[in-house]
Design a protein around this ligand. Sequence first.
Ligand code: AMP
Length: 296
Amino acid sequence: MRLILLGPPGAGKGTQAQRLVDKYGIVQLSTGDMLRAAVAAGTPVGLKAKDIMASGGLVPDDIVISIIADRIEQPDAANGFILDGFPRTVPQAAALDELLKQKKMKLDAVVELKVNEGALLQRVENRAAETRARGEEVRADDTPEVLAKRLASYRAQTEPLIDYYSERRSLLTVDGMMSIDGVTEEISRVLSAIGAGAKGTGKGTAKGPVKAARAPRKPAKVSRKPAGAAKKAGKKTAKKAKKPAKAARKAAKGAKKAAKRTARKPAKRSAKPAGGKGARKASKPAKKVTKRRAKR
Ligand code: AMP
């Protein structure tokens, strides 16, 4: 099974990813963890990322794309993986599409953890307190000031991915405000509803059930251009590129250009806090996804 967990900082992606790892025997690939390890080890990537991370900004796309390109090829990821914290921008998502295509891998689903932004500061503070209680070092970016910046990055750069994956019929939304166990149960439920819970989803095995279970949706006009342009950019890349990392870099560049060409105003929801006052409970995510699509 190959999944993406999407949600703002403090939404519970890491916690839920760990549970999915145990349940499905797949690996958690957290770009945040990998970057923190690189910072701690003082590698060239770590040196580049250190200040950006401490200030709550996003590390450049080419760096994280090449990290992921290398990582998903490792033997421990052969049975599947959960991407936690990646992709975080539309060019990263387009590059990931291209990478998966090159490697003939199929993404089963993108699970969005929808949370009330007002609760995030408290959650991040709790996380810092728990880390301290374990005698571990608290993350430099788990402070109220940096959290505000990370949330701003999420709204501006990551939230558009909700539309991106909704348009590709991959998005499953789960109410992230439930208890940790409740969220876990709901994720399992929506995954089995699309037939993605079966063990050992090898190359392309989820294709049939996933397609059959998702609500049909006519892609919004606006989604065709970026998708098509990114596809073209990717094709070009696939022909020219020799190494996967190089391919990833090129895919990111092409996708970035494509995104710029077809740039549109940020989606309305990106101006609002995710899961704000008007947010509905996601007890029936499949229906909810359908509703969201029908709105457009
Ligand atoms: P996280 O642990 O996912 O909250 O990530 C911590 C920090 O690492 C983020 O605030 C970013 O600075 C950086 N980071 C992690 N993943 C990415 C990504 N996919 N793209 C850019 N920056 C990232």
